[in-house]
Design a protein around this ligand. Structure first.
Ligand SMILES: [Cu+2]
Length: 477
């Protein structure tokens, strides 16, 4: 095990006995989850169209989730085709990890790729150091790395995701298929009693392109691509008129933006980026740049068939076309619709927080070269770009001096958007991804109350991240 960056702590290798015990547990876990998966696959609505299916779920028991993620380049089944992909555990969308606030997640990452990899736990509020959400670690080919995440007991509930964060290889690996969802359970318990225990659906959004039967190293965002939900093309799902379902929408792809709509229905946003909201908003369409998540309530409308689709979206460099992603059939005996909540969590906004420091940051590119920068510099893991005092709230003005949108993402600590292009923004929760408008600016407030250490912020278009649009924050006491 080696690490890049300023820390050179050696990873302790577990004893052979412990490794064998872990392997046995992993095999047992896999068998159990394969059995459980039979129950989790939802049958199809029509013979012609595949029924909506979700990735295998791995759930914590007695406060601990132990799982193995094996990264490999291998042939997989992708909506009925055999394709070469780079994936976790042989699936185009990796297993969904489910745990509760206060739980511990212990993962073995087995690297069977021919290149280094590592893991990032996008949106989780956990330590960025050691064996936790430490993207400065590098797991070499043939190595197995142990990851331990201690979720705080007050961790927000909602939808998160995991993916590699190996610099220069993030695009290749995520685009190859290496990503999956994390659900921190408890959100539905924060809903009114009538809505507790409602059916949930995970929509892990990811696209693929093929060259000679293989997913290429790099995508081409302007080229035709196949968008999937949970690796399925236009699956069918059902809802009863008046029934309320919790849909977990997550863009776990490498580069593309989605603008989601459900014809004839509205989305009622109950969590954004895994943060339950203090104001539930109704939206006809939701924009999900790479990395973005919304947990929404959907109520079945009139009997009929409706398209779940991404509608055309102009990112500044690419105009993404409209594509149907799934088909919702509303059928069955109508239910009286439950009253929807106005709020899901207490207001924790940072409007009146004392601001310890302000920063001005700009995202820039360099003419036609594939060079992307922050503050005129490409990423350097050995440089600290922003030194932050532990226990403080800072206000950052982030300017985008390019002609295309960049989704800003920061690890470990979520932020509140204060304004966009000078217009006050009425935040309903904290968030961990925000679109920087082309030639525009966003002001955020970020609390750095715990977890000293180093982590990064970056553009979540992975080509831009891999080509330098990333910077290092160090939080110190
Ligand atoms: Cu970017």
């Amino acid at each position: 095990m080696t690490r890049i960056g300023g820390r050179h702590t050696r990873k302790r290798r577990p004893s052979t006995g412990r490794r064998l015990a872990r392997a046995a547990l992993a095999v047992l876990g896999l068998v159990l989850c394969l059995v459980a998966a039979e129950d989790l696959l939802r049958p199809g609505a029509t013979a012609a169209q595949a029924g909506f299916a979700e990735p295998i779920e791995l759930r914590a028991t007695e406060g601990i989730l132990r799982a193995t993620l094996t990264a490999a380049e291998q042939e997989i089944d992708l909506d009925g085709q055999r394709v070469m992909a780079r994936v976790y555990n042989g699936a185009f969308v990796g297993p969904t990890l489910r745990a509760r606030p206060g739980d511990r997640i212990e993962l073995e990452l087995v690297n069977r790729l021919t290149q280094p990899t590592n893991l990032h736990f996008h949106g989780l509020h956990v330590s960025p150091g050691g064996e936790s959400d430490n993207i400065f670690r590098m797991v070499n080919p043939g190595e197995t790395a142990h990851y331990v995440l201690e979720l705080p007991s007050d961790h927000p509930t909602g939808t998160f995701w995991y993916h590699p964060h190996q610099h220069h290889l993030a695009l290749e690996q995520v685009f190859g298929g290496m990503s999956g969802a994390i659900v921190i359970d408890g959100l539905s318990e924060q809903l009114p009693p009538d809505l507790q225990g409602i059916d949930e659906r995970l929509f892990a959004l990811k696209d693929f392109q093929l060259e000679d039967g293989a997913i290429p190293i790099e995508d081409s965002p302007g080229s035709p691509t196949t968008r999937t939900i949970n690796g399925q093309i236009n699956p069918a799902l059902t809802i009863v008129p008046g029934e309320t379902q919790l849909w977990r929408l997550a863009n776990v792809g490498a580069e593309l933006f989605y603008q989601l709509r459900l014809d004839g229905h509205a989305f009622h946003v109950v969590a954004e980026d895994g943060n339950p909201v203090w104001d539930v908003a109704q939206a006809d369409a939701l924009v999900l740049p790479p990395g973005k998540r919304f947990d929404v309530l959907v109520q079945g409308g009139e009997t009929g068939t409706y398209a779940v689709k991404t509608i055309s979206y102009d990112q500044g460099n690419h105009v993404y076309p409209e594509v149907q992603l799934a088909t919702l059939t509303v059928a069955g005996t109508a239910q009286a619709p439950a009253a929807l909540p106005a709020s899901v969590a207490p207001d924790r906004d940072l409007d009146s927080a004392p601001i310890a420091a302000t920063r001005d940051i700009f995202f820039n590119d360099v003419d036609d070269d594939p060079i992307f920068e922050i503050d005129g510099q490409q990423f350097d893991p050995n440089r600290v770009d922003d030194l932050v005092k532990l226990g403080t709230v800072e206000e950052w003005t982030i300017r985008n001096v390019t002609a295309e949108q960049h989704p800003f993402h920061i690890h470990v600590n979520d932020f509140q958007v204060v304004s966009v292009n000078g217009q006050p923004y009425n935040a309903a929760s904290l968030q961990d991804v925000v679109i920087l408008p082309a030639n525009g600016e966003v002001v955020i407030r970020a609390p750095f109350m715990d977890y000293p250490g180093k982590f990064v912020y970056h553009c979540h278009i992975l080509f831009h991240e891999d080509h330098g649009m990333m910077a290092v924050v160090e939080v110190a006491g």
